[in-house]
Design a protein around this ligand. Sequence first.
Ligand SMILES: [Zn+2]
Length: 361
Amino acid sequence: MLKFADDSGFHREVKRRVLEYFQRTGLSQRDSPRMYLKTAVLVLWFGLSYALLVFAATTFWQGALLSFSLSLAMAGIGFGIQHDANHGAYSSHGAINRLMGTTLDMLGASSYLWRFKHNVSHHTYTNLGADDDINLGPFGRLSPAQPRRRFHRLQQFYIWALYGLLIPHWHFVYDFKNVARGQIAQNRFPRPRGLHLVELIAGKAVFFGWAFVVPALFHPWWVVLLYYAGTSFVLSLVLSVVFQLAHCVEEADFPEPRPGTSRLPNAWAVHQVETTIDFARGSRVLTWYLGGLNFQIEHHLFPRICHVHYPRVADIVQAVCAEFGVRYTAHEKLFGAFSSHWRWLGRMGRPPAAERRELEG
Ligand SMILES: [Zn+2]
């Protein structure tokens, strides 16, 4: 079991200052009216795109456009509703979080499993071996600790196809395989029972119903499969790229335990800040759509605060980081983050000598 170093006071201070902000302004950390409005907009966007795609579109191009819109609406629900809800950051009422969290089940992925994958595996062990978010198996190399293979030299070019398979893999393999193994990456989790099991099965049934059964009543099966493939490819690509921009970029840290021990060099909170990068913080459109995934440093420090508050929280976090000498990095533009991810893919794919020269230079 990996162990973080002791906190030097940074975590205590940043928590104190953020709490003080909420006390001073009288704002509530959760249950923001903006969040309920955003939920309504995203669900409406999703419902409208789906209904028009299945019941109204008559030409290929109408279908393609609506399928694209459906993918973006689904990604928006993933970023902006289920992520907060499954963290317990949407509402202070557990029942509302559970209800909003099931939007992920409606999209075809089990929220029960996601909570273990994301809240434990990814949020505790960010950018370490136990972080399932940077695990593409042997097909891609996203961190220096992962074994290198010759074909990784080409990953800059082919990895997008792998990213595009994320959601079909999730729909048909990932959840089923993990329930059978009782394990995600290196972390064991209790298999779902009782209500959780009902939720998982009902979620899958509802998803397969709206995604395949209902459309197949109105269209030939190959048309349904074609649009499923297109929609899930775009959705997968958007989700994967947004995840990677916050962690798999040149500026992010990929620490390893001290040789011969399981002790990590930094305390947990410092580790979270230095393994994570913010981007496009000035863009109101992206901040609305990505649900604060572009304020990922703030999210990693305060996963139970609703993302609508992150832009203000970021000022406080950045100030405390400067005081404690913690490296805080933000890409100003989406493109800057994207090109850094591109260069990181290249660096991780090249032979060891070339990579060493780059790291030293
Ligand atoms: Zn999260």
